[in-house]
Design a binder for this molecule. Structure first.
Ligand SMILES: *Cc1c(COP(=O)(O)O)cnc(C)c1O
Length: 244
């Protein structure tokens, strides 16, 4: 069955049911960890999802979304937001320096701050506008060469530079552990980095591992397929395959 056909056919009920299931998994994980469910933010990763899937999630009272590409978000969100003013939008994918202005204008939270040139650019844009997105530093916990994020060895220094050199206030850290590895050591490493830098927010955990992430202290889980079902191919939506 084609994933896009599947999404259109089972649409709204399926998303509402999946959201309920995810919320209850979050509640159970919080209970096991002695945490309050209100302390964990579910960021629904809506990349490649058409507007109607997002609308269905909003109708099921879900208001926090994450997008990976600035351009896709620019095409999708202004219209949805004009109808749904309560929505909170997170950037969870890499940010090119030339898209900083657009990202500051559109996103409430930018989770992928990862290099000095981006800090400089964010700092300029924030000074120019009245917008102050919440900022997380992305950490490449597996030190994978092709992946974005600051390496664990450099992250303390980077966070300090963000604040001292660029005047950016950093609220948390985010990581995407290597595919196919046990994510637990990566969750523990990210939690340790947040703790020793005095940062409260911890964005980790996806559809396959968010319960474990919550038990390791996640304050933000980014969940796509467990909320929306299988992701449509980016090409079907006429989206450019941008990114970095
Ligand atoms: C797509 C994506 C997610 C969600 O992935 P699922 O496995 O579908 O839950 C989370 N974080 C980032 C950075 C992503 O790109």
């Amino acid at each position: 069955l084609h994933p896009h056909a599947d999404a259109s056919v089972c649409g709204s009920d399926a998303v509402a049911t999946r959201l309920d299931r995810v919320r209850s998994v979050i509640a159970d994980a919080c209970e096991r960890a002695g945490r309050h469910p209100g302390d964990v933010v579910l960021v629904a990763a809506s990349k490649n999802q058409p507007d109607h899937m997002v609308e269905v999630a909003i109708a099921a009272r879900h208001l926090v979304f994450g997008e990976n590409r600035v351009q896709e978000a620019q095409e999708k969100w202004p219209a949805i937001r004009s109808r749904r003013p309560g929505v909170e939008l997170h950037l969870i994918g890499p940010l090119q320096t030339n898209k900083t202005a657009a990202a500051v204008a559109l996103f409430d939270v930018i989770q992928s701050v990862d290099r000095p040139s981006l800090c400089a650019s964010l700092s300029r844009e924030i000074a120019k506008t009245s917008r102050h997105p919440i900022l997380f530093v992305q950490v490449n916990t597996g030190a994978e060469p092709q992946k974005s994020g600051v390496s664990p060895a450099d992250v303390d220094r980077f966070i300090e530079d963000c604040q001292r050199q660029y005047g950016l206030s950093i609220s948390g850290v985010m990581a995407v552990p290597p595919v196919g590895q046990n994510p637990q050591p990566h969750f523990a490493l990210l939690a340790e980095i947040a703790s020793r830098n005095g940062l409260r927010s911890l964005s980790m955990g996806m559809s396959g591992d968010y319960a474990a992430a919550i038990e390791a202290g996640a304050t933000h889980v980014r969940i796509g397929t467990a909320v929306f079902g299988p992701r449509p191919d980016a090409n079907l939506l006429n989206q450019p395959t941008g990114g970095t």
